[in-house]
Ligand binder design. Structure first.
Ligand code: ZN
Length: 500
């Protein structure tokens, strides 16, 4: 395996540069003083350029070819075969886009971010429209450069969810929409059934932090290989399998923000910490796609963290931490409050039931804009019509409508569906885990998360990026991704809460 070893050694430099870039990014969002911005931008630009040049070089291409020819007889499941397979995919993605286009996208999105932020602030879509048109034009050029056989969107989706096809997402969404839209409408008839006041009170931030930290440690987030800090937007980042960090933000008058935010990020982090040590320092460490990553954050946040069993264990302690606020609220009232459904216009505030409708809308608009079936100037109206059709509400302003998300201004077209794919997969993985280890729900009720974490570790985490998302899903659950399990989960949980 001389040639595979050479490839690995060569790529180790690229991996270390990327890890260092991640460290600089973490520092920028946590501790860097404002004065550091300009120097940091230069540091990041220099390291990014060196990492990119090294990776897209002919040397990588040559080493890949030689390593591939050496693989004869190596099983598909071997680390060596996986390394060649995954790096070839990354290499193709990065080398197909001409440098000129990479630079133009970078330049345009830096401008667009500022324009979008101002347009949102001033509720002025017309101010954002010209640069959004330009971004979609660049996305079309990018899709052409990357190549696709069926749909233009395939090329963009592949960057976030390797080998997933637009037609597959459409099929999943079409099936779900038929059941979900009437289910949401039925819950909206009964919104009074849940009182969310218990979670909207004054909660001392230091006590929130202490409790949240205790929870994520108990779930299995390894603090000897991780830490939690504060940032404006919560995120997870890793510089090694043995150093995976999360951030959170605290709201003094709303308990779920930090608590479920921490559990969500800890879910991402446990996935990253779980890569086999043999993958450390190689491009195979980490998560296999954004969808699978999100399946882990959602599984821990929603299926575990918003379950009755979880709170039967943790609630007495939370009541001790906040006796004035929660002393007279029983566990069932609290369970209902943390699972309240609302007519939110804003995706990031949406609950489990309505969340995927927000994603479907974006996915449909992205495709229509990309394929020029919808003009940018008509997009706000299309947005509002879909909101009315799916959620029965029309945003009063574009600020609460089409201008709310940062993604398009950053050139992240094709990203949104991965949030929903993560939701679907979270339930598929959970169902299989409970089928294999039936004690898991009862273990959670006793505050023992090791059986669930052990199963995830064994079946998903340790593989890192070795398997494409669809392969991993089939290997683990025995079937392709589907929405049946997710819808069954929603109906069981929320029919019980809302009496629908
Ligand atoms: Zn996430």
């Amino acid at each position: 395996m001389d040639k595979v070893q050479q490839l690995k050694t060569y790529l180790a430099d690229v991996v270390r540069l990327q890890q260092t870039l991640a460290l600089l990014g973490w520092d920028q969002q946590t501790y860097m003083p404002p004065g550091g911005v300009a120097a940091r931008a230069e540091q990041v630009a220099t390291l990014s350029r060196i990492a990119h040049e090294k990776f897209v070089s002919d040397e990588t291409g040559r080493l890949l070819q030689e390593a591939a020819s050496e693989l004869d007889g190596q099983g598909y499941d071997s680390d060596e075969a996986a390394l060649v397979r995954v790096v070839q995919h990354d290499y193709d993605l990065e080398t197909r886009i001409p440098t000129r286009l990479v630079e133009e996208i970078a330049r345009t999105t830096i401008q667009a971010h500022e324009i979008w932020a101002n347009a949102r602030e001033g509720n002025n879509f017309a101010a954002f429209a010209p640069i959004l048109e330009k971004i979609y034009d660049l996305m079309r050029q990018q899709a052409q450069a990357l190549g696709y056989t069926d749909r233009m969107y395939d090329a963009l989706l592949d960057r976030y969810e390797p080998h997933m096809k637009t037609a597959d997402v459409e099929r999943l969404f079409d099936g779900l929409r038929q059941e979900l839209v009437p289910f949401v409408a039925a819950i909206f008839e009964r919104l009074d059934a849940v009182d969310a006041k218990p979670i909207h009170q004054d909660f001392d931030v230091d006590r929130q932090a202490e409790f949240g930290l205790k929870v994520i440690k108990q779930l299995g987030y390894d603090m000897t290989r991780g830490r939690q800090d504060k940032s404006v937007h919560p995120f997870t980042t890793g510089f090694s399998v043995n150093d995976v960090r999360i951030t959170t933000r605290y709201m003094p008058d709303y308990l779920p923000a930090a608590l479920f935010g921490s559990i969500h990020e800890a879910g991402h982090a446990m996935y990253e910490q779980g890569s086999a040590q043999s993958l450390e320092g190689t491009p195979l460490a980490g998560g296999t796609s954004l969808g699978v990553h999100e399946s882990q954050s959602r599984l821990w946040e929603n299926i575990v963290g918003r379950s009755r069993g979880f709170w039967h264990h943790f609630y007495p302690e939370l009541q001790r931490v906040f006796p004035d606020q929660l002393g007279k609220v029983d566990v069932e009232q609290f369970y209902r409050a943390i699972n309240f459904v609302s007519r939110s216009l804003i995706r990031v505030e949406a609950d489990e039931v309505t969340y995927n409708l927000h994603i479907m809308l974006r996915f449909e608009l992205e495709n229509a804009l990309l394929e020029e079936k919808l003009a940018v100037k008509d997009a706000p109206e299309a947005w509002n019509e879909k909101m009315q059709a799916y959620l029965g509400i029309t945003p009063p302003t574009d600020r609460e409508g089409i201008l709310q998300d940062i993604h398009w201004s950053g050139g992240s077209v094709g990203y949104f569906p991965t949030y929903s794919l993560g939701n679907f997969l979270s339930v598929q993985f959970w169902d299989k885990a409970v089928m294999d280890v039936p004690s898991i729900p009862a273990d959670i009720g006793r505050g023992d998360f090791s059986t669930l974490l052990g199963w995830l570790q064994q079946n998903i985490y340790r593989h890192g990026r070795k398997y494409w998302p669809a392969e991993l899903t089939e290997r683990v659950t025995g079937e392709p991704m589907q929405t049946r399990s997710f819808m069954r989960y929603l109906k069981a949980k929320y029919s019980d809460i809302y009496g629908t």
